[in-house]
Ligand binder design. Sequence first.
Ligand SMILES: Cc1ncc(COP(=O)(O)O)c(C=O)c1O
Length: 393
Amino acid sequence: MPRLAARLTSFPDYPLAHVPAKKRALLARGVDVIDLGAGDADLAPPAAAVAAIKQAADKPAMGRYGFGIGHVPFREAISAWMQSRFGTKFDPMTEVVPLIGSKEGIAHIAFGYLGAGDVAIVPEPAYQAYVGGTLLAGATPYIYPLRPRTNFLVDVDEIPADTLARTKVLYLNYPNNPTSAIAPSDYLAKVVRLCVERDILLVYDNAYSEFGFDGYVPPSIFEFEGARDVAIEFHSLSKTYNMTGWRCGWSVAKKEISTVLAKVKTFVDTGTYMGIQAAGVAAIASWKEFVPKNMAIFDERRLAATEAFRSAGFSCETPKSTMYLWVALPDGVPSKPFAEKLMEDEGVIVLPGAAFGDGGEGFFRVSFIVPPDRLREAATRAGRVLSTFEVKV
Ligand SMILES: Cc1ncc(COP(=O)(O)O)c(C=O)c1O
């Protein structure tokens, strides 16, 4: 066997990698499994999206290579939606890049901007595509732990000056997975100013832009002055429209930045199936009607989960966005053994914070992907497991 590339050994384990096999084993044992692991809800996509892909399947032209351009109405729908939702203007042909899910673009943008000797600031815990893209590009991640101390924000004033001097990319994701933190406007304005001053590419992952509760409405980074010069923002159909497996998302940025991502992609893919992009057009067209109903379901789950995990003896903030509860564990209860025991003894799958690296230790993530009664049942079981651990006082 050929020797593995050195970069492979530098990868951390993927947080959910071992879960499917364990889950199969539990189900085979007849365990009543409650899977709250992945951010992948048990809900249906918009009916119009399903109808659109059915129609597209009958049209041979839709099944041909889309190449980078893809299905032009999808670009146009994205551009119009960005304008009506955030008041931001992007040219559909030169400033929008259709993606095979936003993860793909988030990882690939690194190839356009990062190389050996460059630094990317990567939050931890975080979506793994940031560290993945950075390592694949041969650059060095500067890991910044997201802890309650900074309200789970990357405090850019804490980045050492010599690291900042080598930094070419800053990855930010608010509303945040997994902590559910949101970023105040003055914070985002400050980060944009720093990126402008330092010539840093701001990779802004906005996968949860449509998840807002208790009156909170997440912004686009492009609502902040100067962002157009330095930022690329990623969006996804996955969570907003319950279309995770469809693999469809997009980026928006000024032409000079969009062209870089589009060029990288010409060497690694040929675009997502145009039938899926047509479904994307239909999904976006259903936004006004579909999204509030969908978010009402997540809202009900959010309130049920928060209340139930608190009643079961855990401490957690009520999230204002995303589909996750970031639950604190008492001192002395390590997240991996806790999650392992919860899965083995009670059949409940959660994501231990330490699976994201040390920055996530002391917490576990619950996804609102099942109805309220199942979330309540999961919390009760989690409380039982917690009582078997010795808590430091
Ligand atoms: C923060 C964040 N960004 C991006 C994604 C990827 O979404 P997509 O399905 O569009 O690749 C996810 C999915 O879990 C996510 O949590």
